[in-house]
Design a protein around this ligand. Structure first.
Ligand code: DGL
Length: 271
């Protein structure tokens, strides 16, 4: 395995850019091939079989780019596909759930943790299972928040509509006296300030994107796979989608530190 090869990062669409952004911040030497499945999102309301099939296709595409490691930046795909695909691959692959769960378990003081995510992630119960495995006494309350993804995609990051919907979703968690809240969906870090304000200062918000980048760094170091040089900006980050390349480019430029010049559209069903 070539340590100067890129890292493959994928998501159902734009949300995984929050994970790519953290990798860029924490590992500025690394090259990234990002794939967003913009033709087939959302994954959050699809079945496990479908999300697994999509994930396998994307992994096959990323392998054609000789990636040295893969990050499933999507919580739903991590919940539904990681356990299966990691057994099928020699290339190291991580998701976002274990890192987020571990941080939440370390952060809680009263043992009561809330998790918000898509319907798929919450109904899979994976965050609860992983956290209870780490600490059996922990009490986990999951809440699906299906309207957050479209609100973020519409750019309503600081808007009274988002406030109103968030306060309805979060009221149940407030009643459970949680002291830690996992943002278990790629899009939620983008409305972090709203969520933080509504939950109050006493509640620690856990962003799995940040923790996943730390886990990736540790994994690359352990396997001797950290990049030794830095390529030029143009070739360093490459972006691929299954649809709406221009819209993706505009969004990516708005949330990443540098302008994204080009996004290529590929026929993912062919992989
Ligand atoms: N990326 C998905 C996740 O983190 C959210 C968007 C979707 O439902 O596809 O679960």
């Amino acid at each position: 395995m070539d340590r100067n090869s890129p890292i493959g990062v994928f998501d159902s669409g734009i949300g995984g850019l929050t994970v790519a952004r953290e990798i860029m911040r924490q590992m500025p030497r690394e090259r990234i091939i990002y794939f967003g499945d913009t033709a087939r999102l959302p994954y959050g309301s699809k079945s496990q079989d479908t999300v697994l099939r999509y994930s396998r296709q994307i992994i096959r595409f990323l392998m054609t780019k000789q990636v040295k490691a893969i990050v499933i930046a999507c919580n739903t795909a991590s919940a539904y596909a990681l356990e299966t695909v990691e057994k099928e691959l020699d290339t190291p692959i991580i998701g976002v759930i274990r890192a987020g769960a571990r941080t939440a378990v370390r952060a809680t003081r009263n043992g009561k943790i809330g998790v918000i995510g898509t319907e798929g992630t919450i109904s899979s119960g994976i965050y609860t299972d992983v956290m209870k495995n780490m600490c059996p006494d922990i009490e986990v309350t999951g809440k699906s928040c299906p309207l957050f993804v479209p609100l973020v995609e519409e750019g309503l990051l600081h808007d009274s509509v988002t406030d109103e919907i968030a306060s309805r979703y979060l009221s149940e968690l407030k009643g459970r006296f949680i002291d830690t809240l996992v943002l278990g969906c790629t899009h939620y870090p983008l409305i972090r300030s709203t969520l933080g304000r509504l939950m109050g200062e006493a509640v620690t918000l856990v962003n799995p994107a940040y923790e996943t980048a730390i886990e990736l760094k540790g994994l690359l170091e352990e396997r001797g796979l950290t990049n030794e040089g830095a390529g030029s900006a143009g070739e360093k980050y490459q972006f691929y989608v299954s649809d709406l390349a221009e819209k993706f480019t505009a969004f990516a430029t708005s949330i990443l530190p540098d302008e994204v010049k080009e996004t290529r559209k590929i026929a993912i069903e062919e992989y």
